[in-house]
Design a protein around this ligand. Structure first.
Ligand code: 3PG
Length: 410
């Protein structure tokens, strides 16, 4: 079993007809907090190729939506109907993950059936990051594995999470990379061979993740420069000793484990000041209106919601000579028109430059779609954190385990 062309197995390597397959996908999507409507279906569409290839199998889907404690942490019911609408096939939602009900439904499946199990993060052990051995011993993996012939991982966007649904099953089942996973990995691998100036534009709200990526990239000398935007840039302004105003300081203190992350940002600045770009002005939200102010004059009572115009011009100028530009996370609150300028303009500069341009992450891709720039990027990745970790860590846990599984089962 298995071809030698990859270090992992793919759908082409085995006969999947009549087989029962457990397929990990990532359809974690922005949702309307009230109606729970799915606001962007691009991650669903990205899995269509894999699902088509499984049309004669019994396919059970495993996925997550958000994380415990967040507003959009919810059931997969809407996800099942969205997928059914896109595939034009029945996708049966089961409000159970590995209990008796799920097992019964899985056991009575026919070829061509698709079942969508409940949000795997409803199971508390799923979000624990532990060594591979422990993840194999979870109830999730122990209960589901005996019901399947194969595990397929198509969840590139979650490939950096060493969670049971990612690293547990490849230890108990012959495992394959789905079509999306294969495409993402191949495209990204073909890019790391080129050694030109590589710029990273980091933003969004996942500050802890961004700092980890920055630490890795800078330590390994893999980034020529990192341009900070979004909440990350507010933290760096504060860490540089700039008075970011009371409201913004409160925001950092309440939202990002301030003491810990601030210490990391200060250490990065001490070591790599020349490689970290920080805004010189910001846009504050003054009763719904945008006002651009120098970082020396940030008032106490208004929140920063975008990078400022001077910063946009300055960053754009510097980005122009990059050979590769990787963007992750929006520069501001792009959902509000007046504060989408930073995100849009940096994307425009990137796509118009000579650089090989890569964008990844749910929100920044939604922004790129909205301003009509998405198709101009050389590679649009379904992953945000996964994309960044691909560049900044040794190997993504998902890929490492798919490779080990090939060795174990070939
Ligand atoms: C993502 O959207 O980046 C992935 O679905 C992973 O989600 P997480 O950051 O909550 O683990």
């Amino acid at each position: 079993m298995g071809s030698d062309k990859n270090n992992y197995l793919t759908l082409e390597d085995v006969e999947l007809k009549n087989k029962r397959v457990l397929l990990r996908i990532d359809v974690n999507s922005p949702m309307d907090p009230v109606s729970k409507r799915i606001l962007d279906d691009s991650r669903f569409r990205s899995h269509v190729g894999t699902l088509k290839a499984l049309r004669n199998s019994k396919t059970v889907l495993l996925a997550h939506q958000s994380r415990p404690g967040r507003k959009d942490f919810t059931t997969m019911e809407k996800h099942a109907s969205k997928l059914s609408e896109i595939l034009n096939r029945e996708v049966k939602y089961i409000d159970d993950i590995f209990g008796k009900r799920a097992q019964k439904e899985i056991n009575k499946m026919n070829n061509g059936d698709i079942i969508f199990l409940e949000n795997i993060r409803f199971y508390s052990e799923e979000v624990l990051e532990r060594e591979d051995e422990k993840q194999k011993e979870t109830f999730l993996v122990k209960n589901l594995s005996p019901l399947f012939n194969y595990y397929i991982n198509d969840a590139f966007a979650a490939a950096h999470r060493p969670h049971p649904s990612i690293v547990g099953f490849p230890q108990t089942l012959p495992s394959l990379a789905g079509k999306l996973m294969e495409k993402e990995i191949k495209t990204l691998e073909s890019m790391i061979e080129d050694n030109g100036k590589t710029y990273f534009v980091l933003g969004g709200v996942k500050v802890k993740d961004s700092l980890k990526v920055m630490e890795n990239l800078l330590e390994r000398d893999e980034a020529s420069k990192i341009f900070t935007t979004g909440v990350l840039s507010i933290l760096f302004l504060d860490s540089k000793g700039i008075d970011i105003g009371k409201k913004n300081k409160e925001f950092l203190e309440n939202e990002i484990e301030y003491q810990k992350q601030s210490k990391r940002a200060i250490e990065l600045l001490e070591k790599y000041q020349d490689k970290i770009e920080i805004p010189e002005d910001v846009a504050i939200n003054k009763e719904g209106e945008r006002e651009d102010v120098s970082v020396e004059k940030i008032p106490d009572e208004y929140r920063i919601e975008d990078i400022g115009i001077e910063t946009i011009v300055n960053y754009s100028e510097k980005l122009k000579d990059g050979q590769k530009i990787v963007m992750n996370g929006p520069a501001g609150v792009f959902e509000k028109d007046k504060f989408s300028i930073g995100t849009e303009e940096l994307q425009r500069t990137t796509t118009e430059s000579e650089a090989y341009s890569i964008i990844g992450g749910g929100h920044i891709c939604t922004a790129a779609e909205e301003c009509g720039l998405k198709n101009y990027f050389d590679h649009v990745s379904t992953g945000g954190g996964a994309l960044m970790n691909f560049f900044s860590s040794d190997q993504l846990p998902a890929l490492r385990l798919l490779e080990e599984s090939k060795e174990m089962y070939s």
